[in-house]
Design a protein around this ligand. Structure first.
Ligand code: FES
Ligand SMILES: [Fe+2]
Length: 313
C-alpha cells in the first residue's frame, strides 16, 4: 500500500503531548516536541508500552524500567547500568501535517493530500472539523457508506433523506487518474446542513485515494463540502476525521453544525457496526447490487485494480 493515512487532527497534539495510535494493526507512538514524530510504541527491552510512559527533556521514558528514547527513536539511557546503551533505535515512521491533520506515510505515496480539499485554503469557506469518529467496521466499508445516497431515507430520515423520496435517479460515475468520481446525484434533503431548511441538492463525490472521500453539494450558489479521511485501525475498525466547508451561514455557531454531523455519523456508525462481513468483497458476485450502487461498484473495481490488500477479499 502506498498511502498517507490520517492519524489525528493537528490541534489535538500540542507541544509536549504524545500518545498511542493504531494504524493497520500496528501500535504507533506519536508526539510533538518542537517537531512531530512517530515511533514504534513497544519498547524492545520487555515490550513496555511507551505511550503509557512520560516525556522528559524531549525523551520518551518507558514506564517499565525507565529506558529513554529520543524523538528520533534512539535509545539514549538505560538507568540500571552505567554502560553506554547499545546503538538501538525504535522504528521511525515518516509523518507530516497537511489540511489540519497529521498523516503517516505507508509505503511510497506520490500524491499531495492537500490537493483533494481545495476549500481548506479558500477564505470564502468556513471550515469546521468533525470527529474523530471510530467506526466498528473496515475502512472500505466506511468509504462506501460515505458515497452511498440510497441509505439516506432509511438511516438519516429527517436529516439527509426522506422516505417519500427513495428513488435515486441515474447519475454519472467515472474511474480515472483522479480515482472514482460520481456526479449529478440529485437528492431531496429535509435538513441538508443542520439549518433545517429542506431542499433539492446535487452531489458530486470524489474518492481520490482508497481511504479519502470528498463531496460537494450545492443548490444555486450555496456550497456545502466535506472531506473525510478513513484510516484502517485494523481489519474491522476505522478512524474517521472530517472537515465541513461552507460558503454560507457564517453566523451559525460551529457547535450547531458539528452537532448535526455528529448525529449523522452516529446513525452511520450503528448500521456499519451491524454490517457483515466487515471486509469489502471485491468479487462483484458476492453481494447483490442495484443501479444506485454504481459508485460502489466502480470503487470495488478500482480497489481490485490497485491490488489493495487491506480489509478486502
Ligand atoms: S520494557 Fe521498556 S524499559 Fe523495560
Ligand atoms: Fe450515512
Amino acid at each position: 500500500m502506498d498511502e498517507w493515512l490520517a492519524i489525528a487532527f493537528s490541534d489535538q497534539l500540542k507541544e509536549g503531548d504524545f500518545r498511542g495510535v493504531e494504524v493497520l494493526g500496528k501500535e504507533i507512538l506519536i508526539g510533538r516536541s518542537r517537531e512531530i514524530f512517530a515511533l514504534d510504541n513497544r519498547c524492545p527491552h520487555r515490550g513496555g508500552k511507551l505511550s503509557s510512559g512520560r516525556m522528559k527533556d524531549a525523551r520518551i521514558v518507558c514506564p517499565y524500567h525507565g529506558w529513554e528514547y529520543d524523538i528520533n527513536g534512539r535509545l539514549s539511557i538505560i538507568p540500571s547500568t552505567r554502560l553506554k546503551p547499545p546503538g538501538i533505535s525504535l522504528r521511525r515512521y515518516e509523518i507530516k501535517e497537511s489540511l489540519g491533520i497529521i498523516w503517516i506515510k505507508i509505503g511510497n505515496p506520490i500524491y499531495d493530500v492537500s490537493s483533494f480539499f481545495p476549500e481548506y485554503t479558500n477564505s470564502n469557506f468556513r471550515k469546521i472539523s468533525c470527529g474523530p469518529y471510530i467506526f466498528k467496521n473496515s475502512a472500505p466499508r466506511v468509504v462506501e457508506n460515505l458515497i452511498d445516497v440510497s441509505h439516506f431515507p432509511y438511516v438519516h430520515s429527517g436529516l439527509l433523506g426522506d422516505l417519500r423520496f427513495t428513488e435515486v435517479p441515474d447519475y454519472d460515475v467515472q474511474l480515472g487518474k483522479e480515482g472514482v468520481i460520481a456526479d449529478n446525484i440529485k437528492v431531496w434533503q429535509p435538513n441538508p446542513d443542520g439549518l433545517i431548511q429542506g431542499k433539492w441538492v446535487t452531489y458530486k463525490y470524489k474518492v481520490p485515494r482508497p481511504f479519502l472521500v470528498y463531496f460537494s453539494k450545492n443548490d444555486s450558489s450555496k456550497i456545502f463540502s466535506m472531506f473525510f479521511s478513513v484510516t484502517p485501525i485494523s481489519e474491522d475498525e476505522s478512524l474517521v476525521l472530517a472537515f465541513i466547508a461552507m460558503n454560507y451561514a457564517y453566523d451559525v455557531p460551529e457547535e450547531k453544525i458539528r452537532g448535526f454531523e455528529d448525529e449523522v455519523m452516529k446513525q452511520d456508525m450503528k448500521v456499519l457496526e451491524d454490517e457483515e462481513p466487515k471486509y469489502l468483497p471485491l468479487d462483484l458476485k458476492k453481494e447483490i447490487h442495484c443501479p444506485a450502487d454504481k459508485a460502489s461498484i466502480y470503487y470495488r473495481t478500482w480497489l481490485k485494480e490497485l491490488g489493495i490488500d487491506c480489509c478486502v477479499k
